[in-house]
Ligand binder design. Structure first.
Ligand SMILES: NC(=O)c1ccc[n+]([C@@H]2O[C@H](COP(=O)([O-])OP(=O)(O)OC[C@H]3O[C@@H](n4cnc5c(N)ncnc54)[C@H](O)[C@@H]3O)[C@@H](O)[C@H]2O)c1
Length: 251
């Protein structure tokens, strides 16, 4: 078991990449704090993990709020113990150019996708330092490496997540805290349910060299690797899982 006796917090844990990661981490022995804005989603996943023989608590929280971030860490410490692993994965993916979106839209995206990492990490890090180390994994995205058309706020937020991951890695390496970013390409999850199949297929045909769909489970296995001791000398890095999308300018 790669995460035996570890305590892991997974935000956005109720669906998609977060849900698959909760299952993967629990399979490898971790106790899970499943965090979602939706209490129903968080509860359902925590119960599913328990039904598989794992240990999980559900925390309903808005990761963009400081008080909620503190509550996530406090409840985890009180009910499971200090967090060994923090997977900041909750996110939204709104469309729009800067002239199409409101200031409120911009703030919502930046707060949920980027500020949340700052809030959760700074609450978790003191516990990790006291425990002798820890692992932080952040879900960024390929749009954080190269901006995408009509995705201004999202591209900026995910670019910020990449450099925040590097900053955390540098600032806490001597406290034995590792921090890495994962950049998925197009993953078939609820986040993309507004993307019509024809548009999706055209996007993949044009930009993704490998044929096929990336599943949430594949991203979860990458997160599991980064959370495990197999990655104990890896920090401050960006892991791309995109079917070759970022290999060149044209597929
Ligand atoms: N699906 C993709 O193609 C893709 C590509 C690159 C990056 N990502 C990133 O992967 C992460 C997971 O997305 P997914 O694809 O699994 O989609 P998803 O919609 O299934 O998962 C996102 C989860 O975050 C939760 N969430 C949203 N706002 C929240 C908030 N304020 N507080 C707490 N929870 C909140 C949602 O309820 C949802 O369960 C996101 O950060 C997303 O940006 C996804």
């Amino acid at each position: 078991m790669k995460l035996r006796d570890k305590v892991a917090i997974v935000t956005g844990g109720g669906s998609g990449i977060g849900a698959a990661s909760c299952h993967a981490f629990a399979r490898e022995g971790a106790a899970l704090a499943v965090v979602n804005r939706s209490a129903t989603k968080a509860e359902a996943l925590a119960r599913a993990i328990e039904a598989e023989g794992g240990r999980a608590i559900a925390i309903s929280a808005d990761v963009s709020r400081n008080a909620d971030a503190q509550r996530i860490i406090d409840r985890t410490v009180a009910e499971l113990g200090p967090p060994d692993i923090l997977f900041n994965n909750a996110g939204i993916s709104p469309a729009g150019r800067i002239t199409d979106i409101s200031e409120a839209d911009w703030d919502e995206c930046l707060n949920i996708d980027l500020k949340s990492v700052f809030l959760a990490a700074r609450c978790a890090i003191p516990h990790m330092i006291a425990a002798g180390g820890g692992v932080i994994i952040n879900t960024a995205g390929t749009f954080g490496i190269r901006a995408a058309k009509n995705k201004a706020a999202y591209s900026v937020a995910k670019a910020g997540v990449i450099n925040l991951s590097r900053s955390i890695a540098l600032d806490y390496a001597r406290e034995n805290i590792r921090c890495n970013a994962i950049c998925p390409g197009y993953v078939d999850t609820a986040l993309n349910e507004g993307f019509p199949a024809a548009a999706r297929n055209a996007f993949l045909e044009r930009y993704q060299p490998l044929r096929g769909l990336i599943g949430a489970g594949e991203v979860a296995e990458m997160a599991l690797y980064l959370a495990s001791d197999a990655a104990k000398m890896i920090t401050g890095q960006v892991f791309v899982l995109d079917g070759g999308q970022q290999a060149g300018l044209y597929a």
